[in-house]
Design a protein around this ligand. Structure first.
Ligand code: ZN
Length: 456
């Protein structure tokens, strides 16, 4: 299967399917829309009930958690509120990899879908989820995007990475149909170059989207171009940024260029949307009726104020329950008592730090968002960890910690796909290594640009 086919079958087609048979997603959306206005106390009660049901399921159906609960002397009946989750250890990707089959619920075996992600920390990662979980995720995402004016059926233009592989005619047609179903036009951020930014601007002017959605860094690049070349004739009502951090400077640049407010969102591949800004822009509203979002220190204790690890419990993925899963990001803890003036009862947290993907640049003016590489690397089962370092404008070094044998075909695949987006002027050095050092602050980084600031 080509990369595009895989992308289509794992991401695009399921989304398309639910676009056509979206009754359940829309029913969940109505539920979540209503729940957001509950008081914090009522939401806490709802969260506790769902959490108890999930933990009972884990204890009776999930071999890994049954064993861990026994070892810890913990039972689901012990949980009185979300804070009692602190009795359970924080888990991470390593535990899930090491105990994969044991983490799948016995009564869900053979009925879950596997998803593989590139991993924002440079290590591809797989997990299982159920159809219900998927439909609920879509609903939660639609609710959060709705706060930014991008509810279902709103005309939107997406600036995402979509450019892997060369789709066949029939696939292109299906993808177009999918976008038409969702009233969405997608432009590839991976094809963005300094000399074709005017085409992106022209596309916005002719398509006239109500909302523009994209990775932060390509939107910033386009915004800078607009500020330099004069304003667009079309103004969207809002811009949604995702998948990367957003600095205050980037927010100001994008808002000024598009003449519209920016709504930042926070999510990860394992859960999709975790939090999003409402029209008050006071941090992210956590999806408390769908996930338990904790900000915890390394010992797993709640952080009252300041920065801690993002730790998530997914209330609705009963196929492979994620309990207290640290996704590798850091966030500011929200004040427990602060209530947003918008009236929603969903708690506030954020902003999120720690996902550091440098933008890479090429001699012919192309701009590669760091998100490109996790996207690509997840296609290779032989890659355990990786890092891409830009040494010079025309020199990339790719470090790979192999998992099993890294074959000549794997290397050819990497060279072909990186070459396609980076251009032929870039020299690619591939090194197989035993380990990739963490940064001074203990983080993993997927892309590192060693270019002086003036070049970028
Ligand atoms: Zn709010």
């Amino acid at each position: 299967m080509s990369t595009y086919e895989r992308l289509f079958s794992t991401v695009l087609y399921p989304a398309y399917e639910s676009g056509l048979r979206r009754r359940k997603t829309l029913a969940y959306l109505a539920q979540y829309e209503a729940q957001q206005w509950l008081s914090p106390e009522a939401l806490r009660k709802l969260q506790t009930e769902r959490l108890r049901a999930l933990l009972e399921h884990c204890q009776t159906q999930v071999p890994y958690w049954r064993r861990r609960f026994r070892e810890l002397g913990f039972s689901w009946q012990d949980l009185r509120g979300p804070e009692d989750l602190a009795h359970l250890p924080v888990t991470g990707k390593d535990e899930i990899r090491a105990h994969y089959d044991e983490m799948i619920a016995e009564n869900w075996r053979g009925r879950t879908t596997r998803k593989t992600t590139g991993g924002s920390t440079g290590q591809p990662f797989s997990f299982e989820y159920t159809r219900e979980s998927y439909e609920r995720r879509m609903a939660v995402m639609l609710r959060g995007y709705g706060w930014a004016g991008a509810g279902f059926g709103v005309k939107r233009l997406d600036l995402w990475g979509t450019d892997l592989g060369l789709p066949s005619w029939s696939q292109r047609t299906k993808a177009k149909l999918f976008d038409a179903v969702l009233r969405r036009r997608v432009l590839s951020s991976f094809a963005m170059r300094r000399d074709n930014l005017h085409e992106y601007a022209a596309e916005i002017e002719s398509y006239k989207p109500q909302v523009i959605v994209g990775y932060t860094s390509p939107l910033e690049t386009l915004a800078e171009w607009i500020l330099h070349n004069g304003p667009l004739k079309w103004r969207p009502a809002s811009v949604i940024t995702a998948a990367e951090m957003l600095s205050e400077r980037q927010r100001a640049t994008i808002e000024q260029a598009f003449g519209a407010p920016v709504f930042h969102t926070y999510g990860c591949r394992e859960f999709m949307l975790i939090g999003a800004e409402c029209e008050q822009h006071r941090g992210y509203h956590a999806s408390d009726d769908h996930l338990v979002v904790e900000v915890a220190d390394d010992a797993g204790r709640a952080v009252e104020s300041g920065v801690g690890n993002v730790v998530i419990t997914d209330l609705h993925n009963w196929g492979m329950p994620f309990l207290r899963y640290a996704n590798g990001d850091l966030a500011q803890a929200g004040s427990a008592h602060e209530r947003c003036t918008c009236g929603r009862g969903l708690r506030l947290f954020g902003p999120v730090e720690g996902r550091r993907l440098d933008v890479l640049r090429t001699p012919d003016g192309r701009i590669l968002p760091g998100e490109f590489f996790p996207h690509l690397m997840k296609e290779l089962a032989s890659v355990d960890r990786f890092q891409v370092r830009q040494k010079q404008l025309d020199r990339f070094e790719i470090l790979v910690v192999p998992h099993g044998e890294f074959t000549a075909a794997d290397e050819a695949f990497l060279r072909e796909h990186v070459g396609r987006v980076a251009g032929s002027m870039v020299q690619l050095e591939l090194r197989l290594v035993d380990d990739i050092p963490l940064t001074a602050s203990g983080k993993r980084r997927v892309t590192v640009s060693e270019l002086p600031e003036s070049v970028s």
